[in-house]
Design a protein around this ligand. Structure first.
Ligand SMILES: Cc1cc2nc3c(=O)[nH]c(=O)nc-3n(C[C@H](O)[C@H](O)[C@H](O)COP(=O)(O)OP(=O)(O)OC[C@H]3O[C@@H](n4cnc5c(N)ncnc54)[C@H](O)[C@@H]3O)c2cc1C
Length: 473
């Protein structure tokens, strides 16, 4: 047992079942807690009104209260974590720093540097698993290799995820070991960090542990219908928990335990999504180069035409394909997009507009409230057919057919593309097919009130196939 430890909270902004804090409490007589607003991350953000920063800031406010109620406190620093953290550890005189393990290449490099600096001062650094149920090489094929196909991974995951794996990692009886630091602590105002408050509430996001529990409670009223309703963007059928999973305001083990205890078709389908999440984390761990490059080497040679004009039309939601435009406009307005539509717009960008998936990935990284490198990269590569267990390159989503199937009445489209509000459901998926007289009658002239399609899907489909075939005949 050490005298004092520092729990470095990063993407685990909660008290409940917090593995890093739990480990520190179990092994040290005194435990301090810190969060660092890392300028290396903040400086790279495009917008100074970033919902993710606002979410973290508000979540920290709640976490600090909870830690104080339990007899501890939260030290909040603003600077380069690789320098601030070792300085603090020395100033507090701790023996060990404990943090939740990260799987992103940049975070791993930072942690290695922090660990080195701590070691030079005689302080240990321990990273513990918290973000996922299974990490790194814990789940391997029978041949001892990393899984690259989801279904066998899911089956192995379900077999191995026993009670022990899902047990809470923090013993609340040890919270008395939380300590107040000798220095004054305060949570800087957002504007002191260089950021503005955002419309989190209007975007339907409730921050913090409390927000996560409320979001989960709401979802429990819908979860049993998840399998039947999750693909329809006009319905509010999914959990909305991704931002909480991103910042750890809820424990993944708690979610899995809940899903497994109900055993309905809805919860089984939902659990599979949580397993996809684990899957992409282990892909990133085993193949960190996929963060920059095509997972499948042959597709790294695709010569993307990358038309900047088409990319701008996609980003701004004016491609003339209503389902794509509605989804992109929702993303721009709220930072959120339904999973089905993420697949549709990603396929459209790569296989209709012939733009490199990394351009789209970067745009999502800048705008998605729930942006997570492992999931974003894995899913973009899935949609672009360049990834691990991706959709085959010759199966190309037809944006009109997807729209007819998943937004049959155009309810979702009308919400985000008001120009099309008067267009009948039969034509709303491909309004350019509406005869000119009817366009005038419903108040939407194509090319004037709403863009004509920027590309022809049938033509682009053949061009996409040719691009892929050229590198993989
Ligand atoms: C191109 C593309 C990019 C994406 N980028 C991200 C991203 O940056 N961050 C992110 O969390 N998800 C991403 N996803 C996955 C998915 O779209 C979101 O997790 C989901 O829409 C979040 O809504 P929800 O919380 O209501 O999910 P629910 O349907 O309620 O699912 C429950 C949880 O499972 C996880 N999950 C669900 N689907 C996936 C998936 N396909 N891959 C990995 N985890 C999943 C999320 O943590 C989610 O909260 C992306 C999907 C695509 C097609």
């Amino acid at each position: 047992m050490s005298n004092a430890a520092l729990a470095w909270l990063r993407r685990d902004l909660r008290l409940d079942d917090n593995a890093a804090l739990g480990r520190a409490l179990a092994r040290s007589k005194q435990v301090f807690c810190v969060f660092v607003f890392d300028t290396e991350i903040l400086d790279a953000l495009e917008s100074r009104a970033d919902r993710r920063v606002d979410f973290i800031w508000r979540s920290l406010g709640e976490l600090r209260e909870r830690l104080r109620e339990a007899g501890g406190d939260l030290i909040v620093l603003h600077g380069r974590a690789r320098e601030e953290l070792p300085h603090l550890a020395v100033a507090l005189g701790v023996d060990e720093v404990v943090a939740a393990e990260d799987y992103e290449p940049a975070a791993l490099a930072r942690d290695a540097e922090v660990a080195e600096r701590l070691r030079a001062s005689g302080i240990g650094f321990t990273a513990v698993k918290d973000t996922v149920v299974f990490a790194k090489g814990e789940l391997l094929t029978q041949a001892g290799r990393p899984f690259t196909v989801f279904t066998p991974y899911r089956n192995a995951w379900l077999k191995l995820a026993g009670e022990a794996e899902l047990a809470p990692r923090l013993d609340a009886a040890l919270l008395g070991r939380l300590a107040r630091p000798p220095m004054a602590t305060r949570l800087p105002e957002l504007r002191e960090l260089g950021f503005a408050e955002t419309d989190l509430a209007a975007a339907g996001i409730r921050p913090g542990e409390r927000g996560a529990r409320e979001t989960l409670d709401d979802f429990l009223g819908r979860i049993d219908g998840y399998h039947a309703q999750r693909d329809f963007p006009a319905l509010d059928a999914t959990s909305g928990l991704a931002i909480h999973n991103r910042f750890g305001t809820i424990s993944i083990r708690r979610l899995v335990r809940m899903a497994r205890s109900r055993r309905t078709t809805g919860t089984d389908f939902w659990l599979a999504e949580l397993i996809w999440r684990d899957f992409f984390f282990q892909v990133l761990h085993h193949h960190p180069r996929a963060a920059q490059q095509s997972f499948r080497a042959e597709f790294a040679r695709i010569e993307w035409p990358n038309d900047a004009r088409l990319f701008a039309a996609w980003k701004e939601g004016r491609t003339g394909y209503p389902i794509v435009d509605a989804a992109m406009r929702q993303l721009n307005a709220t930072g959120n997009m339904h999973n089905r539509l993420r697949m549709v717009v990603a396929s459209f960008l790569t296989k209709d507009l012939l733009v490199d998936w990394r351009w789209g990935e970067r745009h999502f990284a800048a705008t998605l409230n729930d942006f997570d490198l492992a999931a974003n990269n894995g899913n973009w590569q899935w949609a672009a057919s360049t990834g691990c267990d991706a959709q085959p390159y010759f199966r190309i989503f037809n944006p009109v057919a997807q729209s007819e199937r998943f937004d049959a009445q155009g309810e979702y489209i009308r919400r985000w593309v008001p120009e099309l509000a008067g267009v009948p459901a039969k034509f709303i998926h491909a309004p350019w097919r509406l005869p000119p007289a009817e366009q005038a009658a419903c108040g939407c002239i194509i090319g004037r009130d709403y863009p004509a399609p920027v590309v022809d899907h049938a033509v682009q489909r053949e061009r996409a196939l040719a691009l892929y075939k050229k590198v993989r005949p």
